[in-house]
Design a protein around this ligand. Structure first.
Ligand code: 21W
Length: 250
Protein backbone atom coordinates (compact mmCIF):
# COMPACT_ATOMS: atom_id res chain seq x y z
CA UNK A 1 0.00 0.00 0.00
CA UNK A 2 1.06 3.57 -0.70
CA UNK A 3 0.10 6.53 1.51
CA UNK A 4 0.79 10.15 0.50
CA UNK A 5 0.60 12.67 3.34
CA UNK A 6 0.15 16.36 2.58
CA UNK A 7 1.35 18.56 5.44
CA UNK A 8 3.03 21.84 6.38
CA UNK A 9 5.14 19.89 8.92
CA UNK A 10 6.64 16.83 7.17
CA UNK A 11 9.26 16.57 9.96
CA UNK A 12 6.45 15.61 12.39
CA UNK A 13 6.10 12.28 10.55
CA UNK A 14 9.76 11.26 10.30
CA UNK A 15 10.50 9.92 13.80
CA UNK A 16 7.31 7.88 14.30
CA UNK A 17 7.53 6.41 10.78
CA UNK A 18 11.13 5.25 11.31
CA UNK A 19 10.48 3.51 14.62
CA UNK A 20 9.22 0.06 15.54
CA UNK A 21 6.74 -1.95 13.46
CA UNK A 22 6.03 0.94 11.05
CA UNK A 23 9.74 1.41 10.34
CA UNK A 24 10.02 -2.30 9.58
CA UNK A 25 6.96 -2.30 7.28
CA UNK A 26 8.47 0.63 5.33
CA UNK A 27 11.92 -1.00 5.18
CA UNK A 28 10.40 -4.26 3.88
CA UNK A 29 8.39 -2.41 1.23
CA UNK A 30 5.02 -3.60 2.59
CA UNK A 31 4.06 0.06 2.93
CA UNK A 32 5.28 3.28 1.30
CA UNK A 33 4.64 6.61 3.01
CA UNK A 34 5.64 9.83 1.28
CA UNK A 35 5.23 13.25 2.87
CA UNK A 36 4.62 16.21 0.56
CA UNK A 37 5.12 19.73 1.90
CA UNK A 38 2.08 21.81 0.92
CA UNK A 39 4.24 24.96 1.12
CA UNK A 40 6.28 23.68 -1.86
CA UNK A 41 3.14 24.38 -3.95
CA UNK A 42 2.72 28.01 -2.91
CA UNK A 43 3.79 30.20 -5.81
CA UNK A 44 4.06 33.71 -4.35
CA UNK A 45 7.24 35.32 -3.00
CA UNK A 46 6.30 34.56 0.63
CA UNK A 47 5.09 31.03 -0.14
CA UNK A 48 1.73 31.87 1.47
CA UNK A 49 -0.51 28.92 2.39
CA UNK A 50 -3.12 30.64 4.59
CA UNK A 51 -5.32 33.71 4.60
CA UNK A 52 -7.97 35.42 6.75
CA UNK A 53 -11.49 33.90 6.69
CA UNK A 54 -14.17 35.56 4.52
CA UNK A 55 -16.77 37.09 6.83
CA UNK A 56 -14.21 37.79 9.53
CA UNK A 57 -13.42 35.97 12.73
CA UNK A 58 -10.34 34.62 14.44
CA UNK A 59 -7.60 32.48 12.95
CA UNK A 60 -6.56 31.70 9.41
CA UNK A 61 -7.81 29.31 6.72
CA UNK A 62 -5.65 27.21 4.39
CA UNK A 63 -5.86 28.56 0.84
CA UNK A 64 -7.16 26.52 -2.12
CA UNK A 65 -4.34 27.02 -4.63
CA UNK A 66 -1.44 25.25 -2.83
CA UNK A 67 -3.71 22.41 -1.59
CA UNK A 68 -5.23 21.75 -5.04
CA UNK A 69 -1.78 21.90 -6.69
CA UNK A 70 -0.25 19.56 -4.07
CA UNK A 71 -3.01 16.96 -4.47
CA UNK A 72 -2.97 17.15 -8.29
CA UNK A 73 0.84 16.74 -8.26
CA UNK A 74 0.31 13.17 -6.95
CA UNK A 75 -1.76 12.11 -9.99
CA UNK A 76 0.84 9.82 -11.63
CA UNK A 77 1.82 8.13 -8.30
CA UNK A 78 -1.55 7.83 -6.57
CA UNK A 79 -5.00 6.82 -7.90
CA UNK A 80 -6.57 9.67 -5.81
CA UNK A 81 -9.56 7.34 -5.26
CA UNK A 82 -9.44 8.14 -1.53
CA UNK A 83 -8.37 11.68 -0.67
CA UNK A 84 -8.92 11.88 3.08
CA UNK A 85 -9.03 15.14 5.05
CA UNK A 86 -8.03 14.63 8.69
CA UNK A 87 -10.63 16.82 10.37
CA UNK A 88 -12.32 17.19 13.77
CA UNK A 89 -15.61 17.32 11.79
CA UNK A 90 -14.93 13.92 10.21
CA UNK A 91 -16.27 10.41 10.75
CA UNK A 92 -14.74 8.89 13.87
CA UNK A 93 -11.99 6.37 13.09
CA UNK A 94 -12.76 2.86 14.35
CA UNK A 95 -11.47 -0.64 13.55
CA UNK A 96 -14.17 -1.23 10.89
CA UNK A 97 -13.05 1.91 9.02
CA UNK A 98 -9.38 0.94 9.51
CA UNK A 99 -10.06 -2.44 7.88
CA UNK A 100 -11.91 -0.82 5.00
CA UNK A 101 -9.07 1.66 4.37
CA UNK A 102 -6.52 -1.19 4.45
CA UNK A 103 -8.21 -2.69 1.34
CA UNK A 104 -7.33 0.36 -0.79
CA UNK A 105 -4.21 0.31 -3.01
CA UNK A 106 -3.35 3.85 -1.95
CA UNK A 107 -4.55 6.76 0.19
CA UNK A 108 -3.96 10.50 0.35
CA UNK A 109 -4.09 12.05 3.85
CA UNK A 110 -4.45 15.84 3.96
CA UNK A 111 -3.37 17.39 7.27
CA UNK A 112 -4.87 20.81 8.02
CA UNK A 113 -3.44 23.49 10.31
CA UNK A 114 -4.92 26.82 11.51
CA UNK A 115 -8.75 26.83 11.59
CA UNK A 116 -8.97 24.34 8.72
CA UNK A 117 -9.14 24.36 4.93
CA UNK A 118 -11.22 26.36 2.44
CA UNK A 119 -14.49 24.39 2.11
CA UNK A 120 -14.06 24.26 -1.68
CA UNK A 121 -11.25 21.73 -1.16
CA UNK A 122 -13.70 19.35 0.56
CA UNK A 123 -16.34 19.99 -2.12
CA UNK A 124 -14.03 19.33 -5.07
CA UNK A 125 -11.30 16.83 -4.11
CA UNK A 126 -11.90 15.31 -0.66
CA UNK A 127 -13.63 11.88 -0.63
CA UNK A 128 -13.63 11.25 3.16
CA UNK A 129 -13.18 13.31 6.32
CA UNK A 130 -11.87 11.42 9.35
CA UNK A 131 -11.44 12.40 13.02
CA UNK A 132 -9.62 10.31 15.63
CA UNK A 133 -11.82 11.41 18.53
CA UNK A 134 -13.52 14.24 20.34
CA UNK A 135 -10.62 16.32 21.66
CA UNK A 136 -8.88 19.34 20.16
CA UNK A 137 -5.46 18.97 18.54
CA UNK A 138 -3.48 21.60 16.61
CA UNK A 139 -3.54 19.86 13.24
CA UNK A 140 -3.99 16.60 11.35
CA UNK A 141 -0.44 15.25 11.54
CA UNK A 142 -0.78 13.16 14.71
CA UNK A 143 -4.21 11.86 13.56
CA UNK A 144 -2.61 10.90 10.21
CA UNK A 145 0.08 8.92 12.07
CA UNK A 146 -2.58 7.19 14.17
CA UNK A 147 -4.46 6.21 11.00
CA UNK A 148 -1.26 5.00 9.26
CA UNK A 149 -0.24 2.85 12.23
CA UNK A 150 -3.71 1.31 12.58
CA UNK A 151 -4.04 0.63 8.83
CA UNK A 152 -0.52 -0.79 8.53
CA UNK A 153 -1.31 -3.45 11.16
CA UNK A 154 -4.06 -4.78 8.86
CA UNK A 155 -1.70 -5.19 5.88
CA UNK A 156 -0.49 -8.74 5.16
CA UNK A 157 2.96 -9.39 6.68
CA UNK A 158 3.26 -6.25 8.82
CA UNK A 159 2.41 -7.88 12.16
CA UNK A 160 4.54 -11.04 12.29
CA UNK A 161 2.23 -12.97 14.61
CA UNK A 162 -1.21 -12.68 12.92
CA UNK A 163 -2.79 -14.45 15.90
CA UNK A 164 -2.03 -11.33 17.99
CA UNK A 165 -4.07 -9.25 15.51
CA UNK A 166 -6.98 -11.70 15.32
CA UNK A 167 -7.28 -11.96 19.11
CA UNK A 168 -6.87 -8.20 19.55
CA UNK A 169 -9.59 -6.32 21.33
CA UNK A 170 -11.53 -4.23 18.81
CA UNK A 171 -10.59 -6.74 16.12
CA UNK A 172 -12.71 -9.27 18.03
CA UNK A 173 -15.07 -6.52 19.18
CA UNK A 174 -14.56 -6.81 22.95
CA UNK A 175 -11.82 -5.73 25.38
CA UNK A 176 -8.91 -8.04 26.10
CA UNK A 177 -8.42 -10.24 29.20
CA UNK A 178 -5.89 -9.46 31.99
CA UNK A 179 -2.30 -10.48 31.17
CA UNK A 180 0.48 -11.66 33.49
CA UNK A 181 4.12 -12.62 33.22
CA UNK A 182 6.73 -13.97 35.63
CA UNK A 183 7.31 -14.05 38.54
CA UNK A 184 4.22 -15.96 39.78
CA UNK A 185 4.36 -14.13 43.13
CA UNK A 186 5.39 -10.46 43.34
CA UNK A 187 4.94 -8.53 46.64
CA UNK A 188 2.10 -10.82 47.76
CA UNK A 189 0.42 -10.32 44.35
CA UNK A 190 -0.33 -13.66 42.69
CA UNK A 191 -0.83 -14.73 39.10
CA UNK A 192 -4.23 -16.53 38.85
CA UNK A 193 -3.76 -20.25 39.41
CA UNK A 194 -5.51 -21.34 36.19
CA UNK A 195 -2.86 -19.55 34.08
CA UNK A 196 0.01 -21.34 35.92
CA UNK A 197 -1.49 -24.81 35.62
CA UNK A 198 -1.25 -25.20 31.84
CA UNK A 199 -4.74 -26.59 31.11
CA UNK A 200 -5.19 -24.85 27.77
CA UNK A 201 -8.94 -25.40 27.46
CA UNK A 202 -9.40 -23.97 30.98
CA UNK A 203 -7.11 -21.04 30.14
CA UNK A 204 -9.05 -20.27 26.95
CA UNK A 205 -12.35 -20.28 28.87
CA UNK A 206 -10.92 -18.16 31.73
CA UNK A 207 -9.58 -15.56 29.30
CA UNK A 208 -12.87 -15.31 27.41
CA UNK A 209 -14.77 -14.94 30.67
CA UNK A 210 -12.41 -12.25 32.02
CA UNK A 211 -12.54 -10.40 28.68
CA UNK A 212 -16.33 -10.39 28.93
CA UNK A 213 -16.12 -9.29 32.59
CA UNK A 214 -13.93 -6.25 31.86
CA UNK A 215 -16.00 -5.37 28.79
CA UNK A 216 -19.24 -5.54 30.82
CA UNK A 217 -17.71 -3.28 33.49
CA UNK A 218 -16.11 -0.67 31.21
CA UNK A 219 -17.68 -0.85 27.73
CA UNK A 220 -21.04 -2.66 28.05
CA UNK A 221 -22.15 -1.13 24.70
CA UNK A 222 -19.65 -3.48 22.99
CA UNK A 223 -21.53 -6.60 24.18
CA UNK A 224 -23.63 -7.24 21.09
CA UNK A 225 -24.16 -10.35 18.93
CA UNK A 226 -22.81 -12.78 21.55
CA UNK A 227 -22.41 -16.52 21.02
CA UNK A 228 -24.28 -19.06 23.17
CA UNK A 229 -20.99 -19.73 25.05
CA UNK A 230 -20.47 -15.99 25.72
CA UNK A 231 -24.02 -15.62 27.04
CA UNK A 232 -23.39 -18.55 29.41
CA UNK A 233 -20.13 -16.97 30.64
CA UNK A 234 -21.86 -13.60 31.11
CA UNK A 235 -24.64 -15.28 33.10
CA UNK A 236 -21.94 -16.75 35.39
CA UNK A 237 -20.36 -13.30 35.80
CA UNK A 238 -23.82 -11.86 36.53
CA UNK A 239 -24.30 -14.37 39.36
CA UNK A 240 -20.84 -13.57 40.80
CA UNK A 241 -21.26 -9.77 40.69
CA UNK A 242 -24.65 -8.37 39.78
CA UNK A 243 -24.64 -4.83 38.35
CA UNK A 244 -25.95 -2.32 40.94
CA UNK A 245 -29.63 -1.63 40.18
CA UNK A 246 -30.48 1.79 38.75
CA UNK A 247 -32.55 3.87 41.18
CA UNK A 248 -36.23 3.41 40.32
CA UNK A 249 -38.25 6.58 41.05
CA UNK A 250 -41.57 4.63 41.36
C1 21W B 1 -9.04 21.73 15.64
C2 21W B 1 -8.73 22.58 13.44
C3 21W B 1 -10.22 22.45 15.77
C4 21W B 1 -9.91 23.33 13.57
C5 21W B 1 -16.00 25.44 16.37
C6 21W B 1 -16.03 26.40 15.41
C7 21W B 1 -7.68 16.48 12.45
C8 21W B 1 -8.27 16.60 14.68
C9 21W B 1 -7.73 17.32 13.54
C10 21W B 1 -8.30 21.80 14.49
C11 21W B 1 -10.66 23.27 14.72
C12 21W B 1 -8.60 15.29 14.36
C13 21W B 1 -14.01 26.07 15.89
C14 21W B 1 -9.37 14.82 16.50
C15 21W B 1 -8.55 17.03 16.04
C16 21W B 1 -7.29 18.71 13.40
C17 21W B 1 -7.05 20.98 14.35
C18 21W B 1 -11.91 24.09 14.86
C19 21W B 1 -12.53 26.17 15.89
N1 21W B 1 -14.71 25.25 16.66
N2 21W B 1 -9.15 14.39 15.25
N3 21W B 1 -14.79 26.77 15.18
N4 21W B 1 -9.08 16.10 16.88
N5 21W B 1 -7.34 19.55 14.44
N6 21W B 1 -11.87 24.94 15.99
O1 21W B 1 -8.31 18.15 16.46
O2 21W B 1 -6.91 19.15 12.33
S1 21W B 1 -8.26 14.93 12.74
Amino acid sequence: MRIDVLTLFPEMLEGPLKASLLGKALAEGLLTVEATNIRDFATDRHRTVDDAPYGGGPGMVMKCEPLFAAIESLRDRNTLKRVILMSPRGRRLDQALVRELAQAPDLVLVCARYEGVDERLSDALITDEISIGDYVLSGGELPALVLIEAVSRMLPGVVGDWESVETDSFYTGILGPPQYTRPPLFRNLEVPEVLREGNHAAIRRWRRKEALRVTRARRPELLIELSEEDRKLLAEIEREAPMPEKENPT
